[in-house]
Design a protein around this ligand. Structure first.
Ligand code: PEP
Ligand code: MG
Length: 279
C-alpha cells in the first residue's frame, strides 16, 4: 500500500531473492534534490542540468554551476549524484546560442551533439563537474550518445579524472544495439526509456494521440534493454532512468533483464522500492 511504501521509503529495496536494487530520483532543481532525500532516494540517478542553462540570457559560469551542483549534493546528504551533461537542443533551445530552425528537433542537434558543437561551454561544464567530484561522490554521464566516436571525444574533453565514474545514456536505438562497442569506454549505462521508446517506436514522446503506442514497456524496447544488459556483463553497471522505471508491472521485467539500478521522479521512489521488494 501507499502508506506502507512511505513508511519504508528510507529502507533499502531488496528483492525476494535478496538482491539490493538502488532506487534513485531524477531531479531538475535543488528543490527536487530535497524532495528526493525526503522520499528516501538512494541517489540522484539523473540530474538534468538543463535547468541551470534554460530561460536566461547567458550560460551559467563555472562557479555558479559548482555552487548549484554542490547544493544538490548537500541536499542529498552525501548520497551519490549522477550529473548528466547538458541535454539542450532544438526542442530546448538556449536563447544565448543561435540555432538554426529544424524540421524535426528530436532528430536534430541535441544532447551530446549540441555539446560537441559548443566546445567551450561543454568544457566549462566538465570543469565544474570535476571540481565538485573532488569533494563529493559524483558520476558524470553523456546524453544522446549515438556513435562510439562521440563518447570517445567526450571522454577526451573530460580528461583522466581519478575516481570519477563515467557513463552514457542509452536512449538511441543505435547505441542500444551496439552496446558492446561502448563498454570499453564507460563504467555504467543509464537507459533513458523516454527517448529510447520514442526513437524505437517512431512515436513522439508526450504526444497524447500516441499514448497507445508509447506507454508501457514495449517488447521491442525490452529486447534493446536485454541486449544492453547482456553486453554490459559483470563490468558495466546498468540503470534505467526513464519514467517507465516506476511502473510496478514493468519493474520485474527490468530486473529480469539484469537492470541493477532504477531512477524515477522523487515522489515515485517509495512505490518503486515497494515494486522491487515484491519482485
Ligand atoms: C529519457 O530520455 O528517458 C531520460 C531519462 O532523459 P530525458 O527525459 O531528460 O530526456
Ligand atoms: Mg532523454
Amino acid at each position: 500500500s501507499r502508506d506502507n511504501a512511505r513508511a519504508n521509503a528510507a529502507k533499502p529495496a531488496v528483492t525476494t531473492k535478496g538482491v539490493t536494487i538502488h532506487v534513485g530520483a531524477n531531479i531538475g532543481s535543488v528543490e527536487e534534490a530535497r524532495a528526493a532525500a525526503e522520499n528516501g532516494a538512494d541517489l540522484a540517478g539523473l540530474v538534468r542540468t538543463e535547468f541551470l542553462f534554460l530561460g536566461r540570457d547567458e550560460a551559467p559560469s563555472e562557479d555558479e554551476q559548482v555552487a548549484v551542483y554542490r547544493a544538490i549534493a548537500d541536499a542529498l546528504g552525501g548520497r551519490p549524484i549522477i550529473l548528466r551533461t547538458l541535454d539542450a537542443g532544438s526542442d530546448k533551445p538556449l536563447p544565448y546560442l543561435p540555432a538554426p530552425q529544424e524540421a524535426n528537433p528530436f532528430l536534430g542537434v541535441r544532447g551530446i551533439r549540441h555539446s560537441l558543437a559548443h566546445r567551450e561551454m561543454f568544457a566549462e561544464q566538465l570543469r565544474a563537474i570535476v571540481r565538485v567530484a573532488r569533494e563529493t561522490p559524483v558520476s558524470v554521464m553523456f546524453p544522446m550518445i549515438t556513435k562510439v566516436e562521440e563518447l570517445i571525444e567526450a571522454r577526451r574533453l573530460l580528461g583522466d579524472v581519478p575516481g570519477l565514474r563515467v557513463g552514457m545514456m542509452v536512449e538511441v536505438p543505435a547505441a542500444a544495439l551496439r552496446a558492446s562497442d561502448f563498454t570499453p569506454y564507460v563504467d555504467f549505462f543509464s537507459i533513458g526509456t523516454n527517448d529510447l521508446t520514442q526513437y524505437t517506436l517512431a512515436a513522439e514522446r508526450g504526444n497524447a494521440d500516441l499514448l497507445a503506442l508509447s506507454s508501457g514497456l514495449d517488447p521491442a524496447v525490452e529486447l534493446l534493454i536485454q541486449n544492453v544488459c547482456r553486453a554490459a556483463g559483470e563490468k558495466t553497471k546498468v540503470a534505467v532512468c526513464g519514467e517507465l522505471a516506476a511502473d510496478e508491472a514493468v519493474v520485474p521485467r527490468l530486473l529480469a533483464a539484469g537492470v541493477q539500478e532504477l531512477s524515477v521522479a522523487p515522489a515515485l521512489v517509495p512505490l518503486t522500492k515497494q515494486a522491487v521488494r515484491a519482485t
